[in-house]
Write a protein that binds this ligand. Structure first.
Ligand SMILES: NC(=O)c1ccc[n+]([C@@H]2O[C@H](COP(=O)([O-])OP(=O)(O)OC[C@H]3O[C@@H](n4cnc5c(N)ncnc54)[C@H](OP(=O)(O)O)[C@@H]3O)[C@@H](O)[C@H]2O)c1
Length: 272
């Protein structure tokens, strides 16, 4: 299926690794022009090289920015607009909220968790919307996470940040839909990226499991008994960004293999 994305410019935050990098590759495969945003310029360059090795005629740009800072988000959008004169798609994907239970979270950790995963998404969205309004169209896809709908007490900061992202994005979809700005979110469960190893470690620590038990529980909590591959998330993101999804607006799509969080919890079922 041709998604009709050829020539469209897609700004992908967190584009140097994991889900963001796979999403940028999927855009390039569709003939779109990805702009990767992350902090580390070495990681950005190697992601660009990785994409152009897979898609030799791909046009790929990079922007180094720390989205925990408002001024960087504004500059990242301004710099992105400078490449082709327009941006058609924003994918908010940068960041992570560390696992932990409430009693282990202090203000500093709350600020770190919300500062990128929630405020970073807000900063980029706020910075791009004036451009989308001026050009008369735009699409935003947010990579959020199923904790926002299926809360986990062992990932309390992610639960809060994700729920906040989902609620605000629905509100913005109401506000800006009439201006031809389409906004949706996707909610992955566990995904096999560099981050997953850290999350398993945190999950094992916070629920007092051995690492292999934590890993097994996570896999068994999903119907396919495995965690998602980043390209399985990227494919849905790119479809949502395309005009093939033109009537999908103001909603969330789960990409979590029907995960049932209760199966990850410490229950007396003989697994641990
Ligand atoms: N993996 C999962 O299991 C999973 C599940 C549900 C939801 N998610 C969500 O999916 C998104 C991507 O996760 P992932 O697993 O692909 O993560 P990842 O592999 O750790 O990649 C994170 C990306 O974000 C960038 N980043 C981090 N902090 C940043 C900052 N302050 N400013 C700019 N860029 C920043 C990183 O590059 P630099 O470090 O160079 O900045 C990197 O490109 C996150 O929002 C995550 O919460 C992931």
């Amino acid at each position: 299926m041709d998604l009709g994305l050829r020539g469209q410019v897609a700004l992908v935050t967190g584009g140097s690794k994991g889900i963001g990098r796979q999403t940028a590759l999927a855009f390039a495969r569709e003939g779109a022009i990805p702009i990767l945003v992350a902090r580390d310029s070495v990681g950005l360059n190697s992601a660009r090289q990785w994409i152009t090795e897979a898609v030799p005629d791909a046009e790929v740009y990079t922007v180094s920015a720390d989205l925990s800072r408002e001024v960087h988000a504004k500059e990242a959008v301004a710099q992105s607009l400078g490449f082709k004169g327009h941006v058609d798609i924003l994918v908010n994907c940068a960041g992570a909220a560390p696992g932990r239970v409430l009693m282990d979270v202090d203000d500093e950790l709350w600020n770190v968790a919300l500062g990128v995963k929630f405020l970073g998404y807000m900063r980029m969205t706020k910075s791009i919307i004036p451009h989308f309004l001026a050009q008369g169209h735009g699409v935003i896809v947010n990579v959020v996470g199923n904790d926002g709908i299926k809360p986990s007490y062992w990932e309390i900061t992610g639960t809060a940040a994700n729920a906040a992202d989902l609620a605000v994005m629905r509100a913005l979809a109401d506000q800006y839909g009439r201006h031809n700005i389409r906004i949706n979110s996707v909610n992955p469960g566990p995904v096999d990226t560099g981050r997953w190893a850290q999350l398993t470690e945190a999950f094992a620590r916070d629920l007092d499991f051995a690492i292999n038990v934590a890993d097994e529980r996570a896999k068994k909590s999903m119907t396919p008994h495995r965690i998602a591959r980043p390209e399985e998330v990227a494919n849905v993101v790119v479809f949502l960004a395309s005009s093939r999804a033109s009537f999908v607006h103001g909603t969330e799509i789960a990409i979590d293999g029907n995960q049932r969080k209760a199966l990850m919890d410490r229950t007396d079922d003989g697994v641990s």
